[in-house]
Design a protein around this ligand. Structure first.
Ligand code: PLP
Length: 392
């Protein structure tokens, strides 16, 4: 057999892909598994977006390559969104680049910038692709602990000077996956100052910026002074417009970084389907605030139902202000054991906290992106199972 590249040895199989395989097997065996482990919106995008896609697909001229930078109209729509929503002015031609979802941007940015031995500041806990991008490129990871005590925001004053001076990237993600924490503009300003001082690129991964609760409005890292010199931000249509399967996002920010990302991407992919860009423009321009509020209200109600159930299933959590998740502390045992047992005995899939970094060992992540009746059924199953479990 041909040996795979050594870099694969440093890259464990994607945790959700492994879980999906096991769940598929259970489903094939006739078991009804309820999946609270993934964050894929259960509701569709706005009708206008779907109608635009259908109309665009019928255009016979739309089926060719779209260009490596997407369309000027799409880049302009993203720039206008930044202006209108955050008061941030970016140049569509040089400071915006469409992505095939933000996950792609995360990994390709690592390929564009990281050499073996480079250092990256990665939140522990955080979305797995930040550390996987480092592993894939042979870069070193310096974990920034996110704990309940520090409100799940890294204390940058604890980073040793020599580490800060060596680091190339700092990853942030607020509203946060998995904790649901949202940070203020002042907090972004502080983070930006730290990056400017140490010549670090701030990479703000911001796919949940429009998924917030209790009247909370999330901001953009690019609102901080001097951000376009030190930062790039990823936005995504997956959660903002319920378009996770459409694979559409954008990188916005420092023009040199955008240029380097394009250099990688133009060698790797050939852009998106033009019809998707057209529907994406409709999503940005025509989605009403009331549509977003209503969608967030549904998530908020589900969040509250989960929070209410937690004491009965041996879990404890702070109230998330955004994202699709409840980050719950397992009172008696590890997150992995709890998730395994819940899947085995209650047929409810939960994400083990250790998937998000070493600091997640005692946690599990519960997603609210399932229909109400399925969420209620899952909570009922867990309530029935828990008193008889090893965790009670
Ligand atoms: C924090 C974070 N970043 C990036 C992604 C990937 O999003 P996309 O669908 O845009 O690739 C996710 C998906 O769940 C996420 O939670």
């Amino acid at each position: 057999m041909i040996q795979p590249a050594e870099r694969l040895e440093k890259l464990p199989p994607y945790v959700f892909a492994v879980a999906a395989q096991r769940i598929r097997k259970m489903t094939t065996d006739g078991i009804d598994v309820i999946r609270l482990d993934i964050g894929s919106p259960d509701k569709p995008p706005p009708d206008t977006v779907i109608n635009q896609l259908i109309e665009s697909v019928h255009n016979p001229k739309i089926h060719g390559y779209s260009g490596y930078q997407g369309t000027p109209a799409f880049r302009k729509a993203i720039a206008q969104y930044y202006q209108k929503r955050f008061g941030v002015t970016v140049e569509p031609e040089r400071e915006v680049l469409p992505l095939l979802g933000s996950k792609e941007g995360i990994i390709n940015l690592c390929l564009a910038y990281l050499n073996p031995g480079d250092l990256v500041l990665v939140p522990d806990i955080g979305y797995p692709s930040y550390s996987m991008g480092a592993r894939l490129t042979g870069a070193e990871i310096y974990w920034l602990p996110l704990t309940r005590e520090n409100g799940f925001v890294a204390d940058l004053s604890q980073v040793p000077e020599a580490i800060a001076d060596r680091a190339k990237f700092l990853w942030v993600n607020y509203p946060n996956n998995p904790t649901g924490v949202v940070i203020s503009n002042q907090q972004y300003d502080q983070i930006m100052r730290f990056c400017a001082q140490h010549d670090i690129l701030l990479v703000s991964d911001n796919p949940y910026v429009e998924v917030t609760f209790d009247g909370c409005v999330a901001g953009s890292a690019l609102q901080s002074p001097d951000a376009l010199n030190h930062a790039v931000e990823f936005v995504s249509f997956s959660k903002t417009y319920n378009m996770a399967g459409w694979r559409l996002g954008a990188a916005v920010g420092n023009r040199e970084v955008i240029q380097k990302l394009l250099q990688i991407k133009s060698n790797v992919d050939s852009g998106h389907f033009l019809a998707i860009y057209e529907a994406g423009i409709t999503a940005i321009e025509d989605t009403t605030e009331s549509w977003e509020h209503e969608r967030n209200h549904i998530y908020q109600q589900r969040r509250d139902r989960v929070l209410e159930a937690l004491p009965q299933i041996g879990l404890d959590a702070d109230v998330p202000k955004g994202s699709l998740y409840i980050w719950a502390y397992v009172e008696n045992g590890s997150g992995l054991d709890y998730a395994e047992a819940a899947l085995e005995h209650a047929h409810v899939a939960l994400a083990p906290g250790s998937a998000y970094g070493p600091g997640g060992e005692r946690y599990i992540r519960i997603s609210v992106s399932v229909p109400d009746d399925r969420l209620d059924a899952a909570l009922n199953r867990l309530k029935e199972w828990y008193p008889r479990s090893q965790f009670a």
